[in-house]
Design a protein around this ligand. Structure first.
Ligand SMILES: Nc1ncnc2c1ncn2[C@@H]1O[C@H](COP(=O)(O)OP(=O)(O)OP(=O)(O)O)[C@@H](O)[C@H]1O
Length: 674
């Protein structure tokens, strides 16, 4: 007989759902009476959690309908099977966060806190969730689902890991809630016997509810003493009458489930504030993240300034001077003019003295053969051989009697490192210039007469003295892009993979609100990072920068780069299926960008096609803009700065649009439903 007066809180009719070729529901029907406890039982993997998620609207049916009496998600409390809580928050902060999302007043949160703490025997409210035992954290999760006093409470295995005494207490409390406050509770559990305290149980197997009714009715019907035995009997009966329910059934009907109304559809400042507070607390307690965002940029700045672009010092150079031995050279100084009759100079000593002053480590060898052998020694960069007539021949050369010059100075260089070789070559030429300047000045002859008729004038970047000075802006830009992308990836991946976002969204959070809150925190970290890096690089290590009124442009493009990095990190988190996968993508792409950006080797040295790509990478584009602003003093009146800023803004718009489209059409990429 059908009782027309029964009010159903949840009614599932003829539900079908497939995961690929696998039918999880095969025409499933379920009725949950208002003001009752419904125990959903079934073997592991039969689809209980999937059914709860379909009831909550987190997943859709392929066919069939689900009617909910409760129209608003505000009136539903849900405890997922996984924890889905921020492990770095304390219990109280978690209460505060969800309480704020549910628009509870502070004093309500306080009173609920005491009530739930005593009912669920929660540990101290100041404990961080990560320090709780498995059972304790599940009780906190249960408390969160009851916090806002919902009418319909849906709990996925709430009593796992909880001792029998407390389990009993929880069931008594549920019964009280149902009787005194007309709540409806749906519970899945593996402890079949505890479900005997429910008003109604549903036994789920092979995609259908094989029996539904009060525990007493089921026991009577199966003529047995325990629900467990009843379940076994019902399973056997189902197997006997099997009409191959496990076979894949393609779905024809369109689902008709009514969507639960969300708390509000508008962006809400209160929720953004709650998200900001929660994520700021979590980030400030995540020491690995703090290390990456604050300490690492500082360390890298020191590393850069101390390690990149300096002159190579203390490089060993062997030599053989056939004119005199080195001891003689150490006390040597030039006396008069080399063209004087009585001149007795040893100019090889001037060259050696000059090399010593440039911080080369000079090592004398016994002969030329031994010197050439030293080229095989690890670390030995050059061997210089001065012939016996070095000074005499040099004087003839300076006197422009080129035909009479009989011997050369031999310099053997190692080619293992191009930069070492270039430095030694440049220093050899410098030593020669020094020698000529010194000797001709002593003879009252203008040294310019011996020099090539070329003069070099530096027009821009007077203060750039080392290679590092020239690429420092690219290095800062690299940090400006990379570290915010690490933040975006790390925080968004945790929200997504740990199910925190899924739980927050059920409490009303919108993706846009989460992004705004993360964007604000990222900007705070970015500002700290910029200040620290610029202080170390430009103040402590005095790298050159032109202080002009348009220097704000430098900071502006750096901030744009940070925002781009942040959006890129978020995008990577959205499209990645694991946290580690996302980390590989960010690190790999950032490294590639750095290689192409001109920070390792100038872009001009690349092939023509690659040059186009390199100039368009964020690090290449913004790095070169920052170099031009800081070293050449370019401002907005320079076309390349306008093009650079416009392209950067274009990238940011593209990233925002991409995220928007993914948020609209690929929501399941953002949120792993738990
Ligand atoms: N996203 C998914 N893609 C493919 N298959 C899935 C997915 N989620 C669940 N399944 C499969 O659907 C079936 C039902 O899963 P569900 O988690 O609903 O079972 P359950 O009854 O809650 O299990 P348990 O009691 O162990 O938690 C399982 O066989 C599972 O492997």
């Amino acid at each position: 007989m059908i009782n027309e007066d029964i009010q159903y809180e949840v009614q599932v009719k003829n539900a079908y759902k497939n995961y690929g070729e696998k039918n999880v529901f095969n025409g499933l029907n379920m009725k949950v009476t208002s003001g009752s406890i419904y125990g959903l039982l079934g073997p592991s993997g039969c689809g209980k959690s999937t059914l709860l998620q379909c009831i909550l609207g987190k997943m859709t049916l392929d066919s069939g309908t689900i009617d909910l009496k409760t129209a608003n998600s505000k009136n539903i409390g849900y405890m997922p099977q996984d924890l889905c809580l921020e492990e770095l928050l304390t219990i109280y902060e978690t209460f505060e966060y969800y309480g704020t999302l549910y628009r509870m007043k502070k004093k309500n949160i306080e009173s609920k806190k005491y009530e739930l703490q005593s009912f669920l025997q929660l540990p101290s409210m100041d404990c961080q969730i990560k320090n709780l035992s498995g059972g304790e954290s599940r009780r906190v999760s249960l408390a969160i689902s009851l916090l806002h006093d919902p009418k319909l409470i849906i709990l996925d295995e709430p009593t796992v890991g909880i001792d029998p005494v407390l389990r009993q207490k929880i069931w008594i409390e549920f019964t009280k809630m149902v009787v005194q406050h007309q709540k409806t509770v749906i519970i899945t559990t593996h402890y079949i016997e505890e479900a005997s305290q429910a008003n109604r149980v549903g036994l789920m197997r092979s995609g259908v509810i094989i029996e539904e009714g009060s525990p007493q009715d089921i026991l009577i019907k199966s003529n047995t003493q325990s629900l467990e035995s009843a379940f076994l009997i019902l399973c056997n009966n189902q197997d006997k009458n099997k009409n191959d329910t496990t076979k894949y059934v393609p779905v024809k009907d369109v689902p008709q489930t009514k969507k639960l109304a969300q708390l509000e559809n508008n962006i809400d400042f209160q929720r953004i504030k709650a998200l900001f507070k929660k994520n700021a607390l979590v980030s400030s307690r995540d020491y690995a993240l703090l290390f990456s965002l604050i300490i690492l940029p500082v360390l890298q700045s020191f590393n850069f300034c101390l390690a990149i672009g300096g002159e190579f010092k203390n490089m060993p150079i062997t030599f053989k001077n056939e004119e005199v031995n080195y001891e003689f050279c150490q006390n040597y100084s030039t006396k008069g003019c080399i063209f004087d009759e009585d001149s007795n100079e040893t100019l090889s000593c001037v060259v050696l003295d000059y090399f010593a002053s440039l911080n080369y480590k000079l090592i004398e060898v016994k002969d030329r053969e031994a010197g050439e052998m030293t080229m095989n020694n690890a670390g030995n960069m050059a061997f210089i051989h001065f012939q016996k007539n070095y000074t005499k021949d040099l004087i003839k050369y300076i006197d422009q009697k080129y035909d009479e010059v009989e011997s050369n100075t031999y310099i053997h260089l190692t080619n293992e490192n191009f930069l070492y070789k270039n430095q030694i070559r440049a220093d050899v030429f410098k030593s020669f210039t020094h020698l000529i300047n010194l000797t001709l000045t002593k003879c009252n002859i203008n040294p310019k007469t011996m020099h090539l008729p070329i003069e070099f004038h530096t027009v821009l970047g007077h203060d750039v003295k080392t290679y590092g000075n020239g690429i420092v802006a690219i290095f800062i830009e690299m940090g400006g892009f990379y570290f915010p992308s690490v933040f975006g990836l790390s925080v968004m991946s945790s929200e997504k993979m740990d199910g925190v976002l899924s739980r927050s969204m059920f409490a009303g959070v919108k993706l846009m609100e989460l992004l705004i809150s993360l964007f604000c925190i990222s900007t705070v970290f970015l500002s700290v990072q910029i200040v620290l890096m610029c202080f170390i690089i430009y103040v402590l290590f005095v790298n050159p920068i032109i202080i002009t009124p348009v220097l704000f442009l430098y900071v502006f493009v750096l901030v744009l780069s940070g925002w781009m990095g942040f959006l890129f990190g978020i995008l990577t988190a959205v499209i990645s299926t694991t946290k580690l996968g996302g980390t590989y993508v960010i690190t790999g792409l950032s490294l590639s960008q750095f290689l192409l950006s001109g920070g390792v080797w100038p872009i001009e040295g690349q092939s023509e096609l690659l040059r186009i790509v390199s100039r368009l990478t964020p690090m290449g584009l913004i790095g070169s803009m920052m170099t031009n602003i800081s070293i050449k003093g370019w401002s907005l009146d320079h076309p390349s700065i306008i093009v650079g800023i416009s392209t950067t803004l274009f990238y940011i718009v593209v990233l925002v649009l991409l995220l928007f489209v993914l948020g609209k059409f690929k929501k399941h990429w953002w949120v792993v439903q738990k």
